[in-house]
Design a protein around this ligand. Structure first.
Ligand SMILES: *[C@@H]1O[C@H](CO)[C@@H](O)[C@H](O)[C@H]1NC(C)=O
Ligand SMILES: *[C@@H]1O[C@H](CO)[C@@H](O)[C@H](O)[C@H]1NC(C)=O
Ligand SMILES: *[C@@H]1O[C@H](CO)[C@@H](O)[C@H](O)[C@H]1NC(C)=O
Ligand SMILES: *[C@@H]1O[C@H](CO)[C@@H](O)[C@H](O)[C@H]1NC(C)=O
Length: 449
C-alpha cells in the first residue's frame, strides 16, 4: 500500500488539532500527588504536590538557613526560641497500642495560651513532614490558635522538622504566635538512620514566599533507608488527629487535614457566631469544602467562590473523585443563599446523612475520638463521623465560611499500596460497626438499619 502525501489543508487541520490537544492536556491535567488525607510516601522519589499558586501576603524575605549547629542559630540575635528545645524523643507518652510515642506541646506558640483564652475556636490538624508546607497558608487565613500534630519517622525527619519549623517561625508571624506543635514518633524511632552531623550546609537563601521549595530542599536530607521505612509503614492519621484535637484549649475544635485552607477571617466570624450558640445536645457545625483550580486566586468571599464555581474553576471537594465524601452537605442549597458576607449563620441542617460522609466540622471536643485501629488510608475520618451520627449528633452547615483544597481532582487509579491499606481497614470496619451499635443501642436517635 502506498502512503498518500497529505495536502496543505490536511496538514493545517492536523496542526490545529495538535495545538487544541496540547492546550487541553495542559488545562485538564491535575497537579501531581494532591490528596487530602495525609502522608504516606508514594514512592521513594516522593511526589510532592504542585506549587501553590497563592503566596502568603508577606514581603519577600530571604535568609540563610544555618551552616552551623541548629542550636546556635536558634538563639542568634534573639531571646526567643525558634525551634524545639530539649525534646528527647527516646521517651514519650505511649499510644494505647504501644506503637507510637507522643510528645504533646513539643513547641508552643508564643501567644498560644492567651490566644486560646480569648477564642472559642481552635484549628486542629495533622501532617507528615513532606506536607507541612501547607501550614503557612493555613495560618495566614486562620488568625487564631492552631494545634498541629506531626509524624516524624526518625532522626532525619526530626532534623528536617526542626529546620522547617525554624524557617516557618521566622517567616510567618501567625505560626510563631499562635501555632503549637506536637510530635508523634514510631516505636522503632531510634533504629532509623541518624543524620551524621546536625550541621546542614545549605548555601541557598530561603525565601518566605516559597515554603514548598524550601521544604523540598530540606527533604533531600532523608536517606533511602528512612524513605523505605516510610513506604513500608502506614501513616497514623487517626492517632495524629486525636493528638491535634486534644492539644486545642478552646471550647470548639475545627479538625482539618493540613491542605485544607480556611476562608479568610473565619476566626473572628466564628467567634461571633459561637458567642450566641446554645446547643442542648450534640451539635457539629459543618464548614463546606471546595476544590479550586491551581490557576485561580483564593476566593476572599463566598460570592468570589461562587464566581469561580460558575467559571468551572472550583467545585465541591471530591465531587468527581468520590461524591459521597461531602454530598450530604448539599452544596446547591448552600450556594443558593446569598446573605451577609460577614456574619456566620446556619444555612441548613444535614438531613440526608449517609455512610461515607466526611465533612470538616467544628464541635465541642466531647465528640467520639478517631479510632486508632484505622491506620493509613480508608475509613479514618468517615468512621468517626459515622459514630457521631449513631451517637445522635446533628450536623448544621455554616455559611458564609468555607474551606478550599488546591487542585481540581479527577478520578485516577489508586496506587496499589493505597488499595491495600483501604482493604485492611475495610476488614476492621465490621468489628467497629458492631461495637458502636452495641455502645449506642439505647440511643433514641438511632434509626439506621
Ligand atoms: C535522651 O535521653 C537519654 C536517657 O536520658 C540519653 O541517653 C540520650 O542521650 C538523650 N538523647 C538526646 C538526644 O538528648
Ligand atoms: C493570634 O491569634 C489571635 C486571635 O486568637 C489574633 O488576634 C492574633 O492576631 C494572632 N496573631 C498573629 C500574629 O496573627
Ligand atoms: C438539597 O437541597 C435542595 C433544596 O432544598 C433539595 O431540593 C435537594 O433535594 C437537596 N439535595 C440533597 C442531596 O440533599
Ligand atoms: C452583616 O452583619 C454584621 C454583623 O452582624 C452587621 O454589622 C452588618 O451591618 C451586616 N451587613 C449587612 C449588609 O447586612
Amino acid at each position: 500500500m502506498m502512503l498518500r502525501i497529505p495536502n496543505c489543508t490536511t496538514i493545517k487541520i492536523i496542526l490545529i488539532l495538535l495545538v487544541v490537544n496540547i492546550f487541553w492536556l495542559v488545562r485538564v491535567y491535575p497537579p501531581s500527588g494532591i490528596d487530602s488525607n495525609g502522608g504516606t510516601i508514594q514512592s521513594v522519589k516522593d511526589i510532592l504536590p504542585a506549587t501553590q499558586k497563592q503566596t502568603p501576603r508577606h514581603q519577600l524575605v530571604g535568609f540563610q538557613l544555618p551552616t552551623t549547629q541548629l542550636e546556635s542559630f536558634t538563639h542568634t540575635n534573639t531571646n526567643t526560641v525558634l525551634t524545639f528545645e530539649n525534646i528527647n524523643l527516646s521517651y514519650g507518652r505511649w499510644d494505647n497500642q504501644h506503637i507510637y510515642k507522643i510528645k504533646d506541646f513539643a513547641l508552643v506558640g508564643e501567644q498560644y495560651a492567651d490566644s486560646s483564652k480569648s477564642s472559642l475556636v481552635c484549628l486542629a490538624t495533622q501532617s507528615s513532614i513532606e506536607r507541612l508546607f501547607w501550614l503557612p497558608q493555613v495560618a495566614d487565613n486562620w488568625r487564631g490558635p492552631i494545634s498541629v500534630a506531626i509524624f516524624s519517622a526518625g532522626h532525619e525527619e526530626y532534623t528536617i522538622l526542626r529546620y522547617f519549623v525554624t524557617y516557618m517561625r521566622l517567616c510567618f508571624p501567625n505560626i510563631r504566635a499562635n501555632t503549637t506543635f506536637h510530635i508523634l514518633v514510631p516505636r522503632d524511632y531510634e533504629k532509623l538512620p541518624k543524620v551524621l552531623t546536625e550541621s546542614f550546609n545549605v548555601k541557598t537563601k530561603f525565601y518566605c514566599q516559597h515554603p514548598e521549595r524550601t521544604l523540598k530542599i530540606l527533604l533531600k536530607l532523608r536517606s533511602i533507608n528512612t524513605l523505605e521505612w516510610r513506604q513500608k509503614n502506614t501513616y497514623p492519621q487517626n492517632h495524629l488527629r486525636n493528638v491535634g484535637r486534644k492539644g486545642c484549649q478552646t471550647k470548639y475544635v475545627f479538625l482539618t487535614d493540613i491542605d485544607i485552607v480556611p476562608s479568610i477571617n473565619s476566626v473572628v466570624q466564628l467567634n461571633n457566631f459561637f458567642k450566641n450558640v446554645i446547643c442542648d445536645g450534640s451539635c457539629a457545625y459543618v464548614i463546606p469544602t471546595f476544590e479550586i483550580d491551581v490557576r485561580a486566586t483564593f476566593p476572599r468571599t463566598k460570592s468570589a467562590l461562587a464566581i469561580l464555581i460558575k467559571k468551572g474553576l472550583a467545585r465541591p471537594f471530591h465531587e468527581k473523585v468520590f461524591i459521597y465524601n461531602q454530598y450530604a452537605t448539599n452544596f446547591s442549597k448552600w450556594l443558593s443563599k446569598i446573605e451577609n458576607e460577614t456574619s456566620v449563620t446556619i444555612s441548613h441542617t444535614v438531613t440526608n446523612f449517609e455512610f461515607l460522609y466526611e465533612p470538616f466540622y467544628l464541635t465541642v471536643d466531647n465528640a467520639p475520638a478517631h479510632d486508632e485501629r484505622f491506620n493509613g488510608y480508608g475509613f479514618t475520618r468517615n468512621s468517626q463521623v459515622y459514630e457521631m451520627y449513631v451517637a445522635g449528633f446533628k450536623f448544621y452547615v455554616l455559611s458564609p465560611v468555607f474551606t478550599c483544597h488546591w487542585g481540581l481532582q479527577r478520578k485516577q487509579a489508586r496506587p496499589a499500596w493505597r488499595e491495600q491499606q483501604n482493604n485492611a481497614n475495610r476488614k476492621k470496619f465490621d468489628a467497629f460497626k458492631s461495637e458502636i451499635f452495641a455502645r449506642y443501642k439505647n440511643n433514641p436517635h438511632l434509626k439506621i438499619k
